[in-house]
Design a protein around this ligand. Structure first.
Ligand SMILES: [Zn+2]
Length: 268
């Protein structure tokens, strides 16, 4: 009897796991326009959820991922990439999770301890954003969404990079002007990337692996999730980043620096 139950459990997991955890975007391919659109509906939950934090996170994802105006590659052809981000603020868990790859569930929480970092399932549709990560300003939400799209961290020494990429982890060595403290030596306290400087570059878009998508009628799932239509809630339009840039230059030192120094842990 014991042996039987051991066999049953993994097979049940196999049935459930792909639909529950995979995919992070529904992708639509338009051959005539030469365009691929990524659609993600973020369902926000969590004890620290506020309308403002949800909106700031969605806006950051929509803005950064659309900003480079770069292309994605599918089976040898380049397509213009477009990211459509929609959101549901689901404080009372009234929005059922359809299991569709278009729907991603994000918990917004206070960190349980210093050094807790936001994370996202790799090529998945679940994430946690911590309020301590300066949501909406630090590029953290856009970085985490990148993990959902299947992107891993870049190398930790990026002192040759003229623009910090969205997948640079905290702790990455960068040019002085992109550090928490431009005067700090590389790797010294304050001498690593201030995540607010990260951008989605054209080269980052090229890293999205679309070749594994099975398009049916021009629509498919990034990852192996369930392709299921969802009712689109509130679409969050990208915004020009002038305002964000101004905020960024208010000062190089910020309260976040203490958080950065407390932990060398990378998110996820
Ligand atoms: Zn990360």
């Amino acid at each position: 009897m014991k042996r039987k139950s051991l066999i049953l459990v993994p097979s049940l997991m196999l049935l459930l796991a792909p639909g529950l955890s995979k995919g992070s975007a529904l992708v639509a391919k338009n051959e005539q326009k030469g365009e691929i659109t990524f659609f993600t509906q973020l369902i926000y939950r969590g004890k620290a959820l506020t309308e403002a934090l949800a909106r700031a996170s969605s806006l950051e994802i929509a803005t950064l991922w659309n900003e480079s105006k770069g292309t994605v590659r599918y089976r040898g052809r380049d397509y213009r990439a477009k990211f459509v981000i929609s959101q549901v603020v689901d404080r009372y868990h009234r929005h059922p999770d359809s299991g569709s790859c278009a729907e991603n569930v994000v918990q917004i929480e206070q960190p349980a301890q210093a050094g807790d970092r936001s994370f996202y399932a790799m090529s998945g549709r679940f994430g946690t954003f911590y309020t301590s990560d300066d949501l909406g300003r630090s590029s953290t939400a856009a970085h985490e969404y990148g993990h959902g799209l299947g992107l891993d961290h870049d190398d930790l020494d990026q002192r040759n990079a003229s623009v910090p990429g969205i997948m640079f982890a905290r702790g990455t060595l960068v040019r002085p002007e992109f550090q928490w403290n431009p005067l700090a030596g590389a790797g010294a306290p304050g001498g690593s990337i201030k995540p607010h400087h990260r951008k989605v570059r054209a080269v980052d878009l090229q890293k999205i692996n679309l070749d594994r998508v099975n398009f049916a009628g021009g629509v498919g799932c990034l990852g192996s999730g369930i392709l299921r239509a969802v009712r689109v809630a509130e679409v969050v339009k990208p915004e020009p980043r002038m305002r964000l840039e101004l905020n960024l230059h208010e000062g190089y030192f910020s309260p976040e620096i203490s958080e950065e120094l407390e932990s060398e842990a990378h998110d996820h």
